[in-house]
Ligand binder design. Sequence first.
Ligand code: 3EB
Length: 333
Amino acid sequence: MAATAPFFGPELSVSFETDTLTEAGPRKELFRFRFGKGLEDDGTDNTFRLHIEPFGCVARDEIWHTSRPVMIGRSDGFAVAECEQHLAAHIEMNPNSGDNFRELTADAYCRLLSLARQRGYPNLARTWNFFPQINAGEGDQERYKLFTAGRAIAFEKYGYRGQMLPAGTAIGTDAGTPFTISAIATRENCTMVENPRQTSAYNYPRIYGPSSPSFSRAVTVASSGGHKVLISGTASIVGHESRHDDNPERQILETLQNLENLIQHARNVTQPQVSRKQIFDGYLRVYIRTKEQIFEIKRALGRQMISDHQIIFLRGDICRRELLVEVEAACQI
Ligand code: 3EB
């Protein structure tokens, strides 16, 4: 197998800090994610801190590169990095500020959509959302559902209904951590991809909350090097129902099946069949609810010939209580 450079073409690529780069050509850092609890602000606006703990792996920064000159600054509470083709933005908030969590989310997303548009990046490709107590509160008052409702208000206001929705991740972090939203927007159109094996989240039935979640299963971004596919947090859900409650190994296998179907679907018959190993030779984040389950999850991944070196494992709560693991990915198709 050829080495570790997990990249897509020159315009937008992602790698972990410790990778040996094999790809030729100029690469500039657009932004990096740094993972951990209690991280200091290093004063660099394009270091996006995610207050979530890596475990069972070396804590490495995840770096998103571009081939174009990068400008970095701040706007309306967001740290912003842009390079003519892509804009990355990040905000940290006190989750208990504002009137309530729904309004706080709606307001932050309105500001994000507005600033991306104003600067000429109208296509939201990817969002990441992290906040504590995601499963706290009952029924429609559960914090994840308040978040979903607030996000839907903003997307509606900005005319996204039935349109391109970004790939997404929404994960619960430990008590006392901030609410962070990070996003990538593009100047050129991106394409939304859904998974034939899963109900589109924006069409989930009412039992999952008063507003359906504003995300697509994946987004592809065209580039000279092919298509980059940015894959949403993916879990053990078939149709719209959770599968394998309380069984982490079966949940991770179901999740991998979802990812494989999604990527095959994104390739859309233009490419020959790819092996599971190739698919997962990109980059993965694996969120696991409890530390005790990491060994079981790692063993299951190993049996599927998916090696650890392009994976970062993070402790996080999944937005449905019965789900124990969620995986997001980016790769080239
Ligand atoms: C799911 O498939 C699992 O609300 O942004 C995954 C990715 C999930 C993103 C979001 C939620 C979100 O419904 C949960």
